[in-house]
Design a protein around this ligand. Structure first.
Ligand code: GLA
Length: 387
């Protein structure tokens, strides 16, 4: 895909791009729906990346093409409400202008090539916005830090596109390191890079979902409502994730459903993610795997963000002896992460049995097979050569 962004640029606009960058999708190991509640997350960068090649364009205009869309989209990024995939790049441009890090002419031609699946819970939008922020700021001669790129990308999606996401995906796309998981505390933005043990598989249910319109924003509103009520109990509470785990009975009394279930998920998931990061660092994979199953159950029962397809995959992985499995990303479709022990050969221990059982169970229920990939934790945003 790397060469494809440059090739697409040349084929579409004539001439060579002047700057290029790429950023990865992510697979979250544990810590789901905790980021916007001030809790911890533990993502790895997925080897699939989004490549963005750019050159100056007409002032005020973005001319954009992607390997997915084919057609050139022209947006006046300064004007009015934004829509479609170009809105993400337009949001990035607006934020770079605000930072004084936008290309001088104030316009750009942009070509995008990506192998990160869209709406599969793998943070394709953050891969796009972080790569675009890097490429466009390079075009302006600005050297933004990885955290600044994450900030630009987050505000583009949150403030301009209107997805009420947290900061996990953008920080992962910006800061991830090969072979490491990123422990990110979302209230303080403190990070730690933890070596990954075991083998990770990604099983794509094939079911897609659209975040901007829907469930994520609804869940976030529920979490805010829960926080507002819990502040009556504990006025200094700033984040839902900071509710003391020892006070669950009090939380239960203070909240009606469904706020109670949402808050119980967030508080439990916060503890699991912190404990999980310690277990991973010490290579206690068996216990770490159990936490993944617990996390999935909590997502399913309390946060209500699973689907029957995802549950089928997790149950099959468990039956076949995988160390752990859970939905990854927002949920409501998308993919399941499966944890196995490293095997002696190129595969994980028991991998053939696990994948066979997942394929069998999924085919029996849905008449098709899910795509299964190995996750090779990779690095974050980087400059790409211009060809
Ligand atoms: C989406 C959001 C993230 C995070 C996850 C759920 O991917 O973009 O910020 O909230 O859902 O953990």
């Amino acid at each position: 895909m790397r060469g494809n962004a440059s090739a697409l640029f040349r084929a579409t606009f004539g001439g060579a791009p002047r700057a290029a960058a790429s950023a990865p999708g992510r697979v979250n190991l544990i810590g789901e729906h905790t980021d916007y509640n001030g809790g911890p997350v533990l993502p790895v960068a997925y080897a699939a990346r989004t490549y963005v090649a750019v050159a100056p364009g007409e002032p005020g205009m973005l001319d954009m093409v992607s390997t997915r869309e084919g057609q050139v989209a022209r947006i006046d990024y300064r004007a009015g409400p934004l829509a479609g995939w170009g809105a993400y790049v337009a949001g990035v441009m607006r934020e770079l202008v605000a930072l004084g890090a936008a290309p001088l002419a104030g316009g750009a031609r942009v070509a995008v090539a990506s192998d990160v699946p869209v709406a599969a819970g793998l943070a394709s939008s953050a891969a796009l916005t972080v790569a675009a922020a890097k490429a466009l700021s390079l075009l302006a001669g600005a050297r933004l830090q990885a955290r600044q790129l994450a900030g630009v990308a987050f505000r583009a999606e949150h403030d301009h596109v209107g997805v009420r996401c947290g900061i996990m995906d953008q920080m992962s796309a910006a800061l991830a390191r090969p072979g490491r998981a990123l422990l990110l505390e979302c209230a303080s933005l403190a990070v730690r890079h933890i070596p990954i043990g075991g083998r990770l598989l990604l099983v794509d249910s094939g079911a897609r979902r659209e975040l901007a319109a829907g469930a994520l924003n609804e869940r976030r509103a529920e979490c805010e409502a829960a926080l507002a009520r819990l502040k009556l109990e504990l006025p200094e509470l700033r984040w839902l994730a900071s509710w003391p785990a020892a006070w669950l009975p009090r939380l239960k009394r203070a909240l009606p459903e469904p706020l109670r279930s949402r808050a119980l998920h967030v508080v439990g998931e916060t503890a699991r993610a912190r404990f999980g990061a310690q277990l991973l660092a010490r290579r206690h994979l068996k216990r770490f795997g159990e936490l993944l199953y617990e996390s999935h159950e909590s997502c399913r029962q309390l946060y209500d963000c699973s689907t029957p397809e995802l549950d089928t995959i997790v149950a099959a992985a468990r039956r076949a002896g995988a160390l752990g499995a859970r939905l990854t990303g927002a949920g409501w479709g998308g993919a399941v992460l499966v944890l196995l022990r490293e095997g002696k050969g190129p595969c994980g221990k028991g991998e053939a049995k696990v994948t066979r059982e997942i394929r069998r169970a999924f085919r029996a229920a849905y008449g098709r097979e899910p795509a299964i990939d190995v996750v090779h934790p990779s690095g974050g945003v980087r400059r790409e050569p211009v060809r």
